[in-house]
Design a protein around this ligand. Structure first.
Ligand SMILES: [Mg+2]
Length: 436
């Protein structure tokens, strides 16, 4: 069994923790340079604001409907994410962080009533961090993801699914008839790994719901759609076959994280690990033709082992959106050095690339002090190839090269963030004041 814990409208929810006046108000969080909506409250969704919608198209809703638009505050989201993940990790023996607001937890060997445990963990996240989440539980990751969709939708759109499945949905507790009804009510496009293109091809073949998809023969799925979708089909039938490495990519963030076999206490192996994660995330980033604007790095001790505990993350903004491994590794390494503390047995570390944009979108930005860098960027693909190869082969050698020229501070003033909220949890000056 797997659980998927997912933050509801995550960036907006992080903002609301510190500005409760925004509850019940339509709120959107805007991407890098206040470009387009990357997180929407339910009220904003109800207004018809689409994911990725450019801000200028919805700006009039501020006047007309009281829409509040905020600049993305990744320092806040990264920190809140790490708090949420730390609580979620207690649900089972192994946690796989999939994106900034989603993690799978393996429930193998967990005793007791899983539904009760999941509800309690959800309550704890809400109480300790202020973040609302939904939990889906199923026999495979794909089923956990579907269960999560059901839990979310049952809460947000009453009537689509039975209301007792809202917030926490455990498919394993349902009768075959009840599961069939759920699958018949679920659009085939909601299946994890079925993108828009495959979704419309399936619908042309009259496969409209999850249930329709399950009725196909495995061989038909493989012949027409390939082995990847066949694997998805098997997963929906309850046969686990997706390791996290092969998990369908999240379009909004790219995560690369790992638990260490043995506790790591010194900085050097952590630098190696984090450099490797950043490189691998960079490869994934280039494969989907994206650039990242922010790099999150986290380290933590085991929630289960004895000894002092420590869990910390930091978000390093890049000078400009980049898919250059050198930039990513350098940011991740600098972040690690900020949060590393000696005297702890680290059990897990990871890198996440955030605030992604298409790599063909170039910003018309005046390039005063970076002419040399710009000239070099012509050679970036070759350089990237060399870096990836080196990184695979030598690890640290690449890092030595990449660790120069990090100027994350100068980015803060050069980026347009007119609607930025304070860094409530990561900056002393910005600590919120509570009045009783
Ligand atoms: Mg979410």
């Amino acid at each position: 069994m797997y659980a998927l814990i997912d933050g509801n409208n995550f960036y907006v929810s992080c903002e609301r923790v510190f500005r409760p006046a925004l509850n019940h108000t339509p709120v959107v969080v805007l991407s890098n340079n206040d470009g387009c909506a990357i997180s929407r409250s339910n009220e904003a969704k109800a207004l018809g604001v689409a994911m990725g919608e450019p801000f200028f198209k919805i700006a009039d809703l501020q006047q007309k409907a009281g829409l509040v638009a905020l600049s993305a505050n990744f320092a806040l989201y990264g920190d809140m994410s790490q708090r949420m993940m730390t609580v979620a990790a207690g649900l089972g023996p192994e946690q796989e962080i999939y994106s900034i607001d989603e993690s799978f937890v393996s429930l193998a060997g967990v005793q007791g009533d899983l539904l009760v445990r999941a509800r309690r963990m959800r309550e704890r996240i809400l109480q300790w961090t202020g973040l609302p989440t939904c939990v889906g539980i199923g026999e495979t990751k794909t089923l956990a993801k579907l269960a999560n969709h059901i839990a979310k939708t049952a809460e947000r759109k009453p009537g689509v699914y039975p209301s007792h499945l809202a917030q926490v949905c455990h498919l394993g507790y349902l009768s075959p008839q009840a599961r069939q009804a759920l699958y018949q009510a679920s659009d085939v496009g909601e299946i994890w790994g079925v993108g828009r293109r495959i979704g419309s091809r399936l619908k042309e073949a009259k496969v409209n719901t999850v249930w329709d998809f399950l009725q196909l023969e495995a061989s038909i799925v493989r012949q027409n759609f390939g082995v990847v979708l066949e694997r998805t089909w098997r997963e929906l039938h309850g046969v686990p076959c997706i390791a996290l490495e092969h998990a369908p990519a999240s379009k909004q963030e790219i995560a690369c994280t790992r638990s260490f076999g043995q506790g790591v206490t010194t900085l050097e192996p952590l630098i190696q690990a984090v450099g490797e994660f950043a490189s691998r995330a960079g490869e994934k980033l280039r494969r989907q033709h994206s650039c990242a604007s922010q790099v999150l790095v986290f380290i933590r001790t085991s929630p289960f082992r004895e000894g002092p505990r420590y869990s910390q993350s930091v978000v390093i903004p890049l000078r400009r959106p980049s898919a250059n491994t050198a930039h990513l590794v350098s940011a991740a390494t600098a972040g690690l050095q900020l949060i590393y503390k000696p005297g702890y047995q680290f059990a897990k570390a990871g890198v996440m690339l955030l605030d992604l944009s298409a790599d063909d979108v170039h910003q018309g930005e005046l390039d005063l002090e970076e002419t040399q860098d710009a000239a070099q960027s012509v050679q970036t693909p070759r350089l990237m190839h060399a870096l990836d190869t080196l990184n695979q082969r030598y690890g640290r050698g690449t890092l030595g090269m990449a660790s120069t020229g990090l100027t994350e501070q100068s980015r803060l003033w050069s980026m347009r963030q007119e609607r930025l909220t304070p860094q409530y949890t990561t900056s002393w000056q910005d600590l919120p004041i509570a009045r009783a």
